[in-house]
Design a protein around this ligand. Structure first.
Ligand SMILES: C[S@@+](CC[C@H](N)C(=O)[O-])C[C@H]1O[C@@H](n2cnc3c(N)ncnc32)[C@H](O)[C@@H]1O
Length: 447
């Protein structure tokens, strides 16, 4: 470990802006690590994802990849370099404070990240966050000082210089990069290889620890399929079929959850107002449920407008249909489908996710799909619950997450506003109920 979190962030914010280097010691071992994985994964987590190179490799095998990094500049560059990849998302977060959901990922990777963190505590947390059968991949530097390391170091240097010369035509990186890394390196501390092996014996029994030529070691560990963290229940969000069944059984009680989860009075009306609908326009509600927003949408669009609603749960949609019949609303088209596969037959003026985004397993892909159906100038609004910042949020998490798991399955770490901000610069965010709810709106650029 070395350096404070803010110092590290400053170092990596600076390093993120360096030109891409075609010769990177960590990337040299990416292929080796990926080949240890099964051909298909559901979810993968890349801790300390940097500019996202390894996350993008994981995305070739995993349905969904989450990259997390302390440095906003790294995350910005990672997003820029991943445009068009719909199954990767990046978030700014300090992994040291991150609440790892138990039994949640088929792969967790930490590339050149672990030495910035308390090793033993992190091994335990990563082990717990892996699903049974999941794979932990670590690549990191070790302390290679001392006389016995003279020969291996000389070999590493020779290999490094030769490959750099072949790839870039020069023996050393540009001076700007050398300087940035040297300043960062002064604060870095690496464990001895013997320490790594001892920690793995203790926390990751059966792990394969290998020493590599370029001053690095790797750890590959597979969590036993029968092991399960005792604290764990299934993570959020849940797969669509599970969600469908849960909402089918919740449908008749659904309205009660507005009280239980303190949905602020008037927030639906305010959310719909942000869509800036005009009479006659067309709107899609993604995960429309029992239709709790329909009367506000109707008031804005009039009978000449049209509302499309898609939802996984037939139980929720039956109630929505009954509501339309009672009110004589004939301008509503409802579809039972996964929003991931649903297309509206006309270009949309607006799209709404109301309390549904955090329940969706493939939410970033669903968001992109809804966005792609908007006409230029169209608006997309997301209303979601979230945890307030700071101590109150950490306290509430212990209450909210089990409540969500037992009921509506919303993930308070949905990152809706960040996901929307990755699509457009024109984003407006409003918080409500002391940071317990958020409404974000993105407008699709005209050109
Ligand atoms: C908390 S309810 C919100 C319902 C409604 N929008 C509201 O504001 O009251 C979440 C809804 O999202 C739906 N949903 C979740 N994932 C979905 C998906 N992939 N495709 C379609 N609907 C989905 C659920 O079936 C559920 O009805």
């Amino acid at each position: 470990m070395g350096g404070t979190a803010s110092q590290l962030q400053r170092d990596f914010d600076r390093i993120a802006l360096l030109p891409e280097d075609p010769w990177d010691h960590n990337a040299r071992y990416h292929g080796f690590l990926v080949r240890t994985l099964p051909p298909r994964l559901e979810t993968a987590l890349d801790l300390g994802c940097g500019t996202g190179e390894f996350s993008r490799l994981l995305a070739r095998r995993a349905a969904h990849v989450l990259g997390v990094d302390l440095s906003p500049n790294m995350v910005r560059v990672a997003r820029e370099r991943s445009v068009g990849l719909l199954n990767v998302e990046f978030h700014v977060a300090d992994v040291a404070d991150w609440a790892f959901p138990p039994d949640s990922f088929d792969c967790i990777a930490a590339i050149a990240t672990l030495h910035h963190l308390p090793m033993e505590a992190m091994l335990t947390r990563m082990r717990s966050a892996l699903r049974p059968g999941g794979t932990l991949l670590i690549l990191d530097l070790f302390d290679s000082s001392g006389v016995v390391q003279v020969l291996p170091n000389a070999l590493a240097l020779a290999v490094d210089r030769l490959i750099r010369l072949l790839r870039t035509g020069r023996l050393r990186p540009p001076s700007e990069a050398l300087q940035a890394w040297a300043e960062h390196g002064r604060r870095d501390k690496y464990p001895r290889l013997a320490q790594v092996r001892a920690a793995c014996r203790e926390h990751l029994p059966g792990a394969r620890v290998r020493r590599h030529v370029l001053w690095r070691y790797s750890v590959v560990w597979r969590k036993s399929v029968t092991s399960r963290d005792p604290r764990s229940v299934q993570p959020l969000p849940r797969p669509p079929e599970f969600l469908r069944r849960r909402y089918n059984s919740l449908a008749r009680w659904y309205v009660l959850f507005e009280w239980i989860l303190w949905l602020p009075w008037g927030i639906r009306e305010r959310t719909v107002r942000l869509l800036e609908l005009r009479r006659g326009q067309r709107v899609l509600e993604v995960g429309c449920g029992t239709g709790r927003n329909l009367r506000y949408l109707q008031a804005a669009l009039g009978p000449e407008g049209h509302i499309y609603g898609v939802d996984l749960s037939e139980g929720m949609l039956d109630r929505c249909r009954a509501l339309c019949d009672r009110n004589g609303w004939t301008n509503v088209t409802l579809a039972r489908a996964d929003a991931l596969d649903y297309t509206v037959p006309v270009p949309l003026d607006a799209a709404l996710f109301s309390l549904s985004y955090g329940t969706m397993l493939h939410r970033v892909r669903i968001l992109h799909r809804a966005w792609s159906q908007l006409r230029p100038g169209g608006r997309l609004v997301i209303l979601e619950g979230k945890l307030p910042p700071g101590f109150r949020g950490r306290l509430l998490r212990a209450l909210v997450v089990p409540l969500m798991k037992a009921t509506v399955l919303g993930d308070p770490d949905h990152g809706a506003c960040e996901d929307l901000a990755a699509l457009t610069k024109e984003v407006r965010v409003e918080e409500s109920f002391f940071g317990g709810y958020v409404i974000c709106r993105g407008t699709k650029p005209l050109a």
